[in-house]
Design a protein around this ligand. Structure first.
Ligand SMILES: CC(C)(COP(=O)(O)OP(=O)(O)OC[C@H]1O[C@@H](n2cnc3c(N)ncnc32)[C@H](O)[C@@H]1OP(=O)(O)O)[C@@H](O)C(=O)NCCC(=O)NCCS
Length: 244
């Protein structure tokens, strides 16, 4: 694929993904995230030809102008869109697939513990919200989404949405995932939650072994759904001007 064809493809992908983008000229002149990707292509070429210092210098020049710090060793796929650019960091052994979207402040970094492949692999079609940190040699599966501000420390299966610190799955294959077992929350407070759940179970047994309602989480899911429906109704109501 020629250089011009690559550039055209990148610009078109921004026009498709950003409703604020109005024309090709605007995208070319006003999207530092794109400049960062283009500079990386050159610095990665130098890196592969073993011109390591020149590659690092060029990537730092790119960082100065775009606010995006991409190590020249990182492997980036096609049509990467870095929206708003500032503060994005992509580490040396990171691998980014095609059609990935990153927002400002995203870090694809190491945990500071490993050598060798120590940065994440982000598969095709992944969306990572602003200021999310994806850390370590982990994989974010195809078409998954990472919520703004999340800290992802373990693999994310394909077609999932993860949020939180540390991140946990809230959607998988379009289905809402509710955490029903404290072991599933990989948080420093997990042990306390597990102990608390065990204590509650013990107390329930002491109270005559009354069976826990089997559908306690179904009830919670229904409650959330009702809340969403009400929210949607209010949204329509206000947008029609009736609420004002
Ligand atoms: C992760 C994201 C894509 C999920 O969107 P969604 O599929 O519509 O998910 P929902 O809004 O139904 O959220 C599902 C649950 O996760 C929670 N959640 C969503 N995003 C979250 C986030 N970033 N951090 C923590 N919790 C979050 C919601 O509160 C909701 O919890 P609840 O059901 O207990 O109330 C979206 O919330 C997000 O973070 N987008 C990033 C946007 C961004 O970076 N914008 C930058 C513009 S400059």
């Amino acid at each position: 694929m020629s250089l011009i064809a690559h550039i055209r493809e990148d610009i078109n992908s921004v026009l498709e993904r950003d409703p604020a983008a109005r024309s090709r000229v605007e995208v070319m002149l006003c999207y530092p995230g794109l400049w960062a990707v283009w500079i990386h292509r050159v610095s990665h070429g130098l890196w592969r030809r073993r011109m390591r210092l020149a590659a690092r210098i060029l990537s730092q020049v790119g960082r100065f102008f775009t606010g995006v710090d991409i190590h020249p060793g990182a492997l980036l796929g096609r049509r990467l869109f870095i929206d708003h650019a500032t503060g994005v960091v992509i580490g040396e052994t990171a691998i980014v697939g095609s059609d990935v979207t990153l927002y400002q402040g995203v870090t694809l970094g190491g945990t500071g513990k490993g050598h060798g492949k120590r940065h994440p692999t982000v598969c095709d079609g992944v969306f990572i919200g602003n200021n999310a940190n994806v850390l370590g040699n982990i994989t974010v599966g195809e078409n998954s989404r990472v919520g703004a501000g999340s800290v992802v420390l373990s693999d994310v299966p394909p077609n999932s949405t993860v949020v939180g610190v540390p991140a946990h799955i809230v959607y998988r294959n379009g289905e809402r995932v509710l955490i029903t077992d404290p072991h599933d929350i990989k948080d420093p407070l997990s042990d306390s939650l597990i102990a608390l759940a065990a204590r509650v179970e013990q107390l329930e047994e002491q109270l005559g072994g009354q069976a826990r309602p089997a559908d306690q989480f179904t009830a919670e899911a229904a409650e959330r759904e009702a809340y969403r429906v009400e929210l949607e109704r209010l949204r329509t109501y206000v947008s029609m001007g009736e609420g004002i």
